[in-house]
Design a protein around this ligand. Structure first.
Ligand code: M6R
Length: 614
């Protein structure tokens, strides 16, 4: 939620900042702004409601000179998205400008105190309160800017990644973080700062991940200095990132989402690389091997995640219970963190998160950790907060996922969960050798089978035209295909704004069947593997009530095809791997319906890629 960028060096800052904002736009896109200090020391702040492109248009005739600046793209928390609430925010003195990602929880108390001292506020944001508070502490106690930031933050409750600059001081940016991500790019005589490495990578591969409660002082031409809020000096650790520019571009596709759907055969192979042996006879996960005893001694496994990652977790539960015979609970991290859950020291917690920054998942991990559970993370973004807070884990290695709707990260999460289930099951001897080998050799076939499904893209695009004006959708599946139904429904609603619900197919008759009319499209995942006969009965119940059935069937199926209004075939595979294949046509269906409806597929309304606030 919200993207922040900063630059200090020899280049003109504005183009660097604007390009950076474009890269971070997936994090929030309701308003954007820039603050620059020009040669005369003047502080120029430009901000507007809308996207980064609107900001660029707005700045066309403005003075955007200066080699230092900060910029922000917003996902509104406090106050509606408008010009006034857009960042950067300034102090009343107009000396300080600040950008912020996160939430200041005690902002109301601070605002009241500052109002009593004569401060006035233009916006409804918590950020304006914080910058005024820094200004207040700076002027009252006659402190330097870094000292004032430190002192102010020691009195702040909440989460933040901030960057502050000061009029007449074109040589310094002060940045800090707690709970929200912040990366500093280290170039030749220049520094970059950003919410993630994507705006930095085209200038330098060297980065410093700012730690929790650290304040970084970035002085032009000098080494970085880092101190904690409590004033403990830290040595910044420079790391090298592996991220190529081409991974951040659309590569000829009209949308990142479509590119990411089509990348799946390759990304899936990447998730398995070095983990599934070339002779296809065994699986190795170092995160498991190094902590074998934790998994073997686990009383139960608790999976913590949100959204699409939660759906992957549900598939993981089915596999872990079927193969490893360990009871698994799949929890919404947002519920878990507040409901006083029972956590045993011999619980293993598996935290799943594409971004590795989801606030609820991070907080749930911290809760489980403080209760002594062993934490295993499955994340995509290397070096993000969740992987840094786990005891062990493994990355999904799918490269940056930029479309807000998660696609390739989901299939990779399911793949890694499959590998984990196989590792534990093999070690516990709870899986037959034949089944173990069959799943491994089928896993190796999945990328090729996905390619086959992707060849149906045009056909699915044609089918999508029939449903452009549908108001509601139901998605049904049983067993492993039930989470696929949930995920298919989520994809459709988040990018096409069509109301969609996923259900276990057999639950229909307990209520949702009342919704079925000839107006109701029902997507049924009815593959051979996965309670085929039972699902056929469910389809009959829908047809008897004139529902329109779009089925996902195994290649060559005749029975379900005959009963369906529309049918999409996928290649045959073992039951636990069907989700990897069945989710691809559902991603494409949602994508094409959204495109037909002229929706902003990559940046759907009200959403943001990483939810770093609760
Ligand atoms: O980064 P995470 O995997 O922790 O994100 C969790 C959810 O916010 C995310 O999956 C969300 O539901 C996606 N927009 C779904 O496409």
């Amino acid at each position: 939620m919200c993207g922040i960028v900063g630059y200090i060096g020899n280049r003109q800052a504005c183009p660097v900042l604007v390009k950076g904002l474009h890269r971070l736009e997936y994090r929030g896109y309701d308003s954007a702004g820039v603050a620059l200090i020009n040669e005369k020391g003047e502080l120029n702040v430009y901000k507007t409601r809308g996207k980064v492109q609107d900001l660029e248009n707005y700045m066309e005739s403005k003075d955007v000179s200066g080699t230092i600046g900060i910029a922000h793209t917003r996902w509104a928390t406090h106050g509606e998205p408008n010009n006034v609430n857009a960042h950067p925010h300034c102090s009343n003195s107009e000396n300080l400008a600040m950008i912020h990602n996160g939430i200041i929880e005690n902002y109301a108390v601070l605002r009241e105190m500052l109002s009593r001292k004569g401060y006035t506020f233009k916006s409804s944001t918590d950020t304006e309160v914080l910058v005024q508070f820094i200004d207040y502490i700076r002027t009252t106690n006659k402190l330097s800017l870094p000292q004032a930031v430190q002192q102010a933050l020691s009195q702040v409750v909440g989460a933040y990644a901030i960057a502050v600059i000061e009029k007449n001081n074109p040589n310094q940016i002060v940045a800090a973080r707690k709970g929200s991500p912040l990366v500093i790019g280290v170039g030749e005589d220049e520094y970059f700062l950003a919410s993630d490495a994507t705006p930095i990578v085209e200038y330098t591969q060297k980065v410093v991940y700012v730690g929790e409660e650290e304040v970084v002082v970035i002085n032009r031409g000098e080494e970085l200095t880092v101190r904690t809020i409590a004033n403990v000096e830290k040595t910044p650790e420079v790391k090298t990132i592996e991220l190529s520019l081409s991974e951040l571009e659309k590569g000829g596709y009209p949308h990142f989402m479509l590119k990411e759907i089509f990348e799946q055969p390759r990304t899936l192979a990447n998730s398995m690389k070095g983990r599934v042996s070339l002779d296809k006879k065994h699986v190795v996960l170092s995160g498991f091997t190094n902590n074998k005893e934790k998994f073997l001694g686990a009383r139960r496994i608790i999976i913590l995640a949100c959204g699409t990652s939660w759906h992957a977790g549900l598939i993981g539960k089915y596999m872990l219970e079927e193969f490893a015979r360990i009871p698994v609970e799949v929890e919404y991290a947002s519920e878990f963190r507040y409901r006083k859950p029972v956590i045993y020291p011999d619980d293993v917690v598996v935290a799943i998160s594409q971004s590795g920054e989801t606030a609820d998942t991070l907080a749930a991990v911290e809760l489980a950790k403080s209760n002594g559970a062993f934490i295993f993370g499955i994340c995509n973004v290397v070096g993000a907060s969740i992987p840094r807070n786990t005891d062990s884990g493994c990355y999904t290695h799918v490269g940056p996922e930029i479309g807000v709707a998660s696609t390739k990260a989901f299939t990779a999460q399911v793949t890694v969960l499959t590998l984990l289930a196989l590792c534990i099951a093999k070690e516990k001897k709870t899986i037959e050798e034949e089944a173990y080998l069959e799943i491994i050799s089928e896993l190796a076939e999945i990328p090729r089978k996905m390619e086959m499904i992707l060849k149906n893209n045009d056909e699915i695009a044609t089918l999508s035209r029939v449903f452009t004006y549908a108001q509601n959708f139901i998605y049904l599946g049983r067993g492993y295909n039930y989470p696929v139904a949930l995920e298919g429904a989520l994809k459709l609603k988040e990018i096409s704004y069509i109301h969609a619900e996923g259900y276990p197919a057999a639950e229909m008759k307990h209520g949702p069947i009342a919704l079925i009319t000839s107006e109701m499209p029902v997507v049924v995942i009815a593959t051979h593997a996965g309670m085929y006969e039972k699902v056929i009965s469910n389809i009959q119940e829908i047809k008897a009530r004139k529902g329109r059935v779009i089925s996902i069937v195994t290649k060559g199926d005749k029975t379900v095809k005959k009963m369906s209004d529309f049918c999409i075939e996928i290649p045959e595979t073992v039951e636990c791997l069907v989700p990897l294949l069945a989710s691809v046509p559902l991603q494409l269906l949602a994508y094409h319906i959204a495109v037909q409806k002229c929706c902003d597929v990559d940046q759907p309304r009200n959403l943001a890629k990483s939810v770093t606030v609760e």
